[in-house]
Design a protein around this ligand. Sequence first.
Ligand SMILES: *[C@@H]1O[C@H](CO)[C@@H](O)[C@H](O)[C@H]1NC(C)=O
Ligand SMILES: *[C@@H]1O[C@H](CO)[C@@H](O)[C@H](O)[C@H]1NC(C)=O
Ligand SMILES: *[C@@H]1O[C@H](CO)[C@@H](O)[C@H](O)[C@H]1NC(C)=O
Ligand SMILES: *[C@@H]1O[C@H](CO)[C@@H](O)[C@H](O)[C@H]1NC(C)=O
Ligand SMILES: *[C@@H]1O[C@H](CO)[C@@H](O)[C@H](O)[C@H]1NC(C)=O
Ligand SMILES: *[C@@H]1O[C@H](CO)[C@@H](O)[C@H](O)[C@H]1NC(C)=O
Ligand SMILES: *[C@@H]1O[C@H](CO)[C@@H](O)[C@H](O)[C@H]1NC(C)=O
Length: 720
Amino acid sequence: MAALGGMLAAAILKVVGDQVGSLIGGQIALQMNLDKDLKKMKMALESVEAVLKVAERRSITDELTGLWLKRLKDFLYEVSDMIDEFEADTQAITQPSARKFSFKKYLAFMIPCLTIGPNITMANRMKNMRDDLKVITDQHKEFKLTDCTNANEPKVTDIRETSSTLETQIIGRTEERDIILASLSESMTKDITILPIYGIGGLGKTTLAKMVYNSSQFNEYSQVWVYVSQTFDLIKIGNSIISQLSEKENESGYTVKQMIHNSLKKLLANKKILIVLDDLWEDNISHLEDLKGMLKVGEGSKVVVIATTRNEGIAKEISTIQPYKLAPLTDDMCWSIIKQKSAFESRGDKEQLEEIGKVIAIKCAGLALAAKSLGHMLHSVKSGQWELVRDSNIWTASSSEDTSSTQVLASLKLSYSVMPSYLKLCFAYCAIFPKGHKILKDDLIHQWVSLGFSTWELGEKYISQLLGLCFLEHSKPSSSVELYDEDIILLTMHDLVHDLARSVMDEEILLVVKGNNAEESCYHYALLSDCSKPLGSDLSKIRALRFMGCDKYKLHDDAFSSAKSLRVLDLSECTIHKLAYCIGDLKQLRYLNTPRVQDTKIPDSITKLSKLIYLNLHGSPTILALPESIGEIEGLMYLDLLSCSGITKLPESFRRLQKLAHLDLSNCSSVEGISVFLESLTQLEYLDLSYCPNIGDIPEALGDLSKLQYLNLSNSSYLW
Ligand SMILES: *[C@@H]1O[C@H](CO)[C@@H](O)[C@H](O)[C@H]1NC(C)=O
Ligand SMILES: *[C@@H]1O[C@H](CO)[C@@H](O)[C@H](O)[C@H]1NC(C)=O
Ligand SMILES: *[C@@H]1O[C@H](CO)[C@@H](O)[C@H](O)[C@H]1NC(C)=O
Ligand SMILES: *[C@@H]1O[C@H](CO)[C@@H](O)[C@H](O)[C@H]1NC(C)=O
Ligand SMILES: *[C@@H]1O[C@H](CO)[C@@H](O)[C@H](O)[C@H]1NC(C)=O
Ligand SMILES: *[C@@H]1O[C@H](CO)[C@@H](O)[C@H](O)[C@H]1NC(C)=O
Ligand SMILES: *[C@@H]1O[C@H](CO)[C@@H](O)[C@H](O)[C@H]1NC(C)=O
């Protein structure tokens, strides 16, 4: 399958465009004569944006377009890195201890330095980058992407068109059908009942709708099957219903809504009608209202509508009764489907294949479509092929020519391709967590924010959008020994959805997991040919790096030295014995999660991370002090020092952390004098000082914290 990485290009373009835009007109840009260059860059980026939508869709089927997008994406990352470096450099020049100088004076003072400094190199680099971009955009002309009409777009929807034809033997889903029939018969007293079935692509929603459609409960009903598709066209839907209900040969073909209305009014009156609206994507509320209105016109009629959709939001919007969320099939069901489709029972070697087949069934992750297509593929092939499928990463294997993986991923990809671009980035990033991982919602948002994908407030919204698409799901507590508080929200991802995320964001994130076999431990992102070696490989493109269970890894001092683009470093599931690695070189780092450090000291180099906004060191009681110059990380917004009980005193520079919004000092034995600093930390929204003895005159200090939303002083001793 063509690389999907390019399908992020538009989203990244947006992020980079905003980044460039935020500098335009700013003091630094003006002082350094860079405003023009920045504007030119922004315009160049905007000119590419226009063709990206077409290109992304086309890349689903066209490999060359996919490659072009990937090239563009790499380029955009370079621009982003350049801007970030530039900001870091100018910060370094304009900040250190020179706060007493006015910016202008300081600049004048520095002019000899500056003329050979950032603005020249920056201007040159931007010029070069514009040239590069020109080369890339010239290339795209070869693909004739400029043509924005739909004519050249692959009609993904056509091949997906459904009808009510039911396969002869359906496996499973009878319980689900009966639940739906029961809930329909309960509410059929009303003149119109709309029951949506929702869930991710490939689960078997359409099949379930067909089973309901075929049920004897609707024998007396006139029946209509409409395949709605991504292109929502009310007139087409209306005509389709009319042509299926009308006895006259050539009724339908209306082009005016009023005529459809009149015709439907006649056709629906005093009738019992079952309508299936299969594959509904439209999310515009007013369009959905129109659709509902159109079906309500018959007098004395009884209309039952089943709608299938991937989106919970749409389901809720259109329904008149509780929508039905379709769950994945069990592994056994998937195995039954594979057996059926591969004509397993008629094989001579079936005993030998039984165990292999069951493992393959698990890979379907409950998607009927996956089981069906794998079953087809395994039909009349040799047993060696079965083993190959069992051992391969079927859904993500990049060179696989077979149609099963293409079909399944293509089905999910369709949902992905219509996501707004900001959501694409946020979604794809979830591949940083391993399959089946319980993702802490807040932590995920922090990582998005660190990467510039969203703000904190938007993050909440994006989560609920992904939940609505079933691309994320609430994790059910699997055992009674859940370690987490009730108000902590855990999310998971369907396995094949995870594969999709992985195939989209394949180069910029690296997950290293401890495991028994090499494939498992290096996971998919194996830049490491041998996991037992330290990270020697080229990490220069990696933007997020996460280790799991790396207690046995010895992190070399220069472990991350090549990771110049690293924004997120997550060591949260490791115990780090020594923080000596060169984190100070990670100039772009925004997010550092490294709890349970068993060292006495945090390296001073941490204060060189001028872009850091998230620092989590919780559960490190051996650490005895924060670096004196911690205040240099002026952008720090999140600091978790829970149970860092060795820290007894905060350094003087702490008061410079004026952006701090979240501070957890809970169980930090005695952080004397914290109250003195609080008056500077005016942005604090979250403050946990529970189990902190001797924290001084808190109520006085709290007066300045107008943004505070959470405060915990339980079991701490303070003066009133
Ligand atoms: C760099 O900035 C200085 C100070 O504003 C200015 O005099 C000089 O012309 C700038 N150089 C370029 C190449 O824009
Ligand atoms: C469809 O309905 C008919 C009549 O009720 C029934 O005989 C048939 O088995 C059904 N088909 C399936 C696949 O359920
Ligand atoms: C089809 O409709 C047209 C008018 O819309 C009418 O003149 C014609 O007789 C109809 N043909 C049939 C076969 O009903
Ligand atoms: C929904 O569609 C209507 C009419 O086509 C349009 O005016 C409106 O802006 C759309 N709303 C959204 C949220 O896209
Ligand atoms: C407080 O910190 C100590 C280590 O200093 C630890 O043993 C204890 O479990 C912590 N208590 C809480 C409530 O986290
Ligand atoms: C305050 O902190 C204590 C100890 O850390 C905890 O048990 C309690 O639930 C917290 N209170 C609130 C309201 O979060
Ligand atoms: C917390 O405070 C309460 C009341 O002052 C006390 O009974 C309890 O023992 C304290 N808990 C701890 C763990 O110190």
